[in-house]
Design a protein around this ligand. Structure first.
Ligand code: 0RA
Length: 343
């Protein structure tokens, strides 16, 4: 096997060696944040598949031995052989830096969410002691294994068993390399669940389930059930702003719509805003996102929103009654909005 993969390994090394040399350049840190980023990167690929309209559910499992499995019911990573290299597309996606995006193309709608600095799933492969991928696609089941970014065996293909569950999708199981993350500690259920919940709010209808087999304490008390959190919010941002304000009294409570929800799409830019005024809140609270990623320090998307919100709420002479617009948009010193932006 080692001989068969001699040349292959050199190519792969060229592809991913820089990632193992300077992991921080690709995932930001080799501490706890970096470790969590590995999971986000794989999940974001599945989220992209869901946003493109091809996957409906994503499941993330944390295994007792430190492995993580992310699976979706999307189209599956392409597995056909590349004309020039003769290698399966699956292998290229997992062993060549930035390769993932190439299959998406400009107009496929693929790659909407930010991923991990957009670096792709191959970075996760590079930083994993072991990575196993399973793809169901075109009536076949393909599997392939990697270690530290290197191919450990040819892709194997067998017919999908009929009536044996889903007919398409991708499952990636990886074990983060402890030599890369010596002091990262363990993956935190809360940290992951919070991020997945956020993604489920930003993408109404997206379903992400987190299953933690490390903590066998869930529910019935007999100690053999995993801890599970299902993240799915059909109400999207509107539901998110309602959650943020759940302790407050909505100012627009006489209406059946206590929030103002705006969605605008121009060219490739989609803007989502959900706004709510609370009678008993005196400061504004802005929770903003760009490309699905929380931006706690704001940015031009927030500046632009603030400028627009201010100019549209300053009273000015108008030939028509102002009631034609939402009268509650008028800001008074004591009534300020809570809003979420997803720009
Ligand atoms: C590139 C092209 C296509 C699918 C994917 C990537 C894909 C990647 C991941 C990673 C996790 N889950 C995924 N699901 C899909 C589709 C190409 C086509 O069928 O036309």
């Amino acid at each position: 096997m080692a001989q068969d993969y001699g040349a292959q390994q050199i190519t792969v090394l060229e592809g991913l060696e820089p990632v193992r040399k300077r992991p921080g350049m690709y995932i930001g840190s080799t501490g706890a944040r970096g470790l969590h980023h590995l999971v986000y990167e794989v999940v974001d690929n599945s989220v992209d598949e869901a946003l493109a309209g091809h996957a409906t559910a994503i499941e993330v499992e944390l295994h007792a031995d430190g492995r993580v499995t992310v699976q979706d019911d999307g189209r599956g990573i392409p597995c056909d052989l590349h004309e020039k290299t003769g290698r399966p597309a699956l292998e290229t996606v997992l062993t060549v830096l930035h390769a993932g995006g190439k299959f998406g193309g400009e107009d496929t709608g693929y790659k909407v969410s930010a991923g991990l600095h957009g670096v792709g799933i191959s970075v996760v492969n590079a930083l994993s002691e072991r990575l196993d991928v399973e793809v169901a696609r075109g009536g076949q089941r393909h599997t392939m294994a990697f270690a530290k970014g290197l191919v450990v065996g040819d892709m194997s293909t067998e017919p999908l068993i009929e009536g044996g569950g889903r007919t398409s999708g991708t499952a990636v199981t990886f074990l983060p390399d402890p030599s890369i993350f010596p002091s990262a500690g363990e993956l935190s259920f809360e940290t992951l669940a919070t991020r997945f919940d956020e993604q489920a709010f930003l993408n109404a209808g997206l379903n992400i389930t987190l299953v933690d087999w490390r903590e066998m304490s869930g529910g019935d008390g007999d100690g053999d059930a995993p801890r599970v959190q299902e993240c799915c919010h059909l109400g999207g941002l509107e539901e998110y702003v309602a959650l943020i304000c759940k302790e407050k009294t909505p100012l627009l409570q006489d209406t059946d719509q206590p929030s103002i929800v705006v969605r605008q799409e121009r060219k490739e830019v989609v803007i989502d805003v959900a706004l709510r005024w609370s009678a008993d809140q005196y400061n504004d609270q802005i929770v903003s996102f760009a490309n699905g990623v929380h931006t706690p320090n704001g940015g031009t998307h927030v500046d632009g929103f603030k400028a627009a919100a201010t100019s549209s709420s300053i009273p000015h002479p108008h030939p028509k009654p102002v009631t034609a617009r939402a009268p509650t948009l008028t800001l008074t010193p004591t009534l300020t909005p809570t809003l979420t932006l997803n720009l």
